[in-house]
Ligand binder design. Structure first.
Ligand SMILES: Nc1ncnc2c1ncn2[C@@H]1O[C@H](COP(=O)(O)OP(=O)(O)OP(=O)(O)O)[C@@H](O)[C@H]1O
Length: 532
């Protein structure tokens, strides 16, 4: 028999009709709210999956097998951890200790004071009656610093954070806060079968996200101890020459191709260590002839003559030969310019067309202090030509000076890489590194004058305006002498540098080499015209 009775007979139920209306209207609304709250928990759970898994696993053990089993398992895990730490301390630190520390500091330092600190630092916004805070997306710990990934509210840009950096630092009980945009690391070089797939993943992971900033709070200064010299790369990768150690304990590698380098620092600040670190990174190229190092040492050869053998040309006594040398370099540059016209647009170092690197130990002596006005003007115009036209043609200048005077500052913008070691005056920082560099965290005037802290400085690159604090590797005199003997420049038959033979040996960025750039056994074969 067909039952036509209604599903809910309102008349029989004792609940009055208005209540049913309330249930049908409010019920779905509450369900909607609950589902939305749960969905919001999903990203939180994804970010904290590890702690959730551990807690869940512990509770499950307790529930299924009792407290004793749970404690025993925890003890066993701790034992394995200690063993791991003892045998392989660095992987243990990276995979266990630092993530744990990051979790702890996120909870007890940053999350706890986030709203208060950011509001008081003027970084919260108000819209439509609500307060909008920057969102703390992630906290990462390196051995020396806490790195916070923050999403800015709409209406903000990273300059606000640069301006608030001192207040932020003190709010979170740190001495400094550095603000970076972009990614803290570059996408890894992928090889192997899955490389293509992983590169796609990397492209998504490392996509441009302009609303994100990194706030870096150093916990301790990892640059307190002297950085020993780096091993000489077998084949200098001109895109990444290892010369210093960064605050994050990563090796700082400088891109030298098409880049002039300006080094400024007070007396005994460690300018020499920057120059020698660069020369060391180029050493194999110098020996093979892929790099021709020219040196001008107007301070009487005090700095550079110790590594005299590395230089294809070197002047240190009279100003006239120094200026003549600059002009010779300009002449070589012009010849190469003529050869490259219509053929290639960017120079690639080869043995026939090597990379010329001019090291000038005191720029000011050439562009400002020469008594002879005519010589001074010749020096200035030669240097200006090299700086304006040389980079793309493979003629680079590494210039050091103690004093950022007007004459040096006028040239500053031609140096894509600028390095400020300890300086005496606050305003020198912006003069050397560019306007606003000090506000962005380059506190070169506050670097310690203590002899144990020499060689520390800030680097600003054209494509990366946030200053990087680094310590350059230190090469004692004996090491420079040994390097000069081992990697001495080949005798130059003709200073003109015009190709005397057909040579196809070419610099390839990033190529891994198993041995010296030009093994004896290969040289004859390559000269015969086979591709390198
Ligand atoms: N990277 C470094 N790490 C540790 N100590 C360093 C470093 N660089 C330099 N020093 C120390 O500082 C001293 C002076 O260094 P250096 O001659 O390079 O300074 P400078 O700035 O070139 O001096 P000047 O202005 O006189 O040319 C060195 O003898 C060395 O003891």
């Amino acid at each position: 028999m067909k039952n036509n009775a209604p599903l809910v007979n309102f008349r029989r139920l004792s609940v009055p009709l208005p209540w049913w209306l309330v249930i049908w209207v409010v019920g779905p609304y509450l369900v909607f709210k609950a589902v939305r709250a749960l969905l919001r928990l999903v990203p939180v759970a994804c970010r904290n999956w590890c702690s959730l898994a551990v807690t869940g696993g512990g509770l499950w053990l307790w529930y299924r097998h009792g407290l004793l089993v749970m404690v025993l398992v925890l003890l066993a895990v701790a034992g394995v951890g200690v063993l791991w730490w003892w045998r392989w301390p660095w992987p243990f630190q990276r995979l266990v200790l630092l993530p744990l520390l990051a979790w702890w500091r996120r909870l007890t330092v940053y999350r706890l004071h986030w709203r208060e600190a950011l509001d008081l630092c003027g970084l919260s916004e108000r819209f439509d009656g609500t307060r909008i805070m920057p969102r703390l997306l992630a906290v990462r710990c390196t051995p020396a610093a806490d790195e916070l990934l923050v999403r800015m509210p709409r209406g903000q840009n990273p300059d606000l954070y640069h301006q608030a950096s001192a207040n932020l630092a003190h709010s979170f009980n740190a001495r400094q806060c550095r603000v970076y945009i972009g990614h803290r690391t570059s996408p890894p070089a992928r090889t192997g079968r899955l490389a293509r797939l992983l590169r796609v993943v990397d492209r998504v992971r490392f996509r441009d996200r302009p609303r994100l900033v990194w706030l870096v709070f150093p916990r301790r200064d990892p640059l307190r101890s002297v950085v020993p010299s780096f091993p000489v790369p077998f084949e200098p990768d001109f895109e990444r020459l290892p010369i210093a150690l960064g605050e994050d304990l990563r090796v700082f590698a400088l891109r030298l191709l098409a880049t002039h380098v300006l080094i400024v620092g007070a007396t005994r600040a460690g300018k020499g260590s920057v120059q020698w670190s660069l020369v060391r990174a180029l050493a194999f190229g110098i020996r093979s002839g892929l790099v021709r190092l020219w040196g001008i040492d107007p301070k009487g050869g005090v700095e550079l003559s110790i590594g005299r053998e590395l230089f294809s040309r070197y002047e240190y006594t009279d100003p006239a030969p120094m200026v003549a040398m600059l002009e010779d370099l300009v002449a070589l540059m012009r010849e190469r310019q003529a050869r490259m016209q219509g053929a290639v647009r960017v120079h690639t170092p080869t043995l026939a067309e090597p990379l010329y690197v001019l090291v000038v130990d005191e720029l000011l002596a050439l562009v400002a202090l020469l008594q002879d006005t005519e010589l001074r003007n010749r020096a200035r115009s030669a240097l200006a030509l090299l700086l304006t036209q040389g980079a793309g043609l493979g003629f680079l200048v590494i210039g050091a000076t103690q004093d950022p005077r007007k004459e040096v500052v006028e040239l500053r913008d031609f140096f894509p890489a600028r390095i400020a070691l300890r300086v005496n005056e606050r305003n020198h920082v912006d003069l050397i590194l560019g306007d606003g560099a000090r506000n962005r965290g380059a506190l070169a005037d506050q670097l310690s004058a203590d002899p144990s802290m020499r060689g520390i400085g800030y680097v600003v690159l054209d494509d990366r305006p946030e200053p990087l604090r680094v310590r350059f590797s230190y090469l004692p005199d004996d090491e420079i002498r040994e390097m000069a003997v081992e990697f001495a420049a080949p005798v130059q038959a003709s200073p003109a540098g015009a190709p005397k033979q057909r040579d196809k040996r070419t610099y390839r960025p990033g190529r891994q080499s198993a041995g010296p750039l030009l093994p004896e056994s290969l040289a004859g074969l390559l000269d015969g015209g086979e591709p390198a």
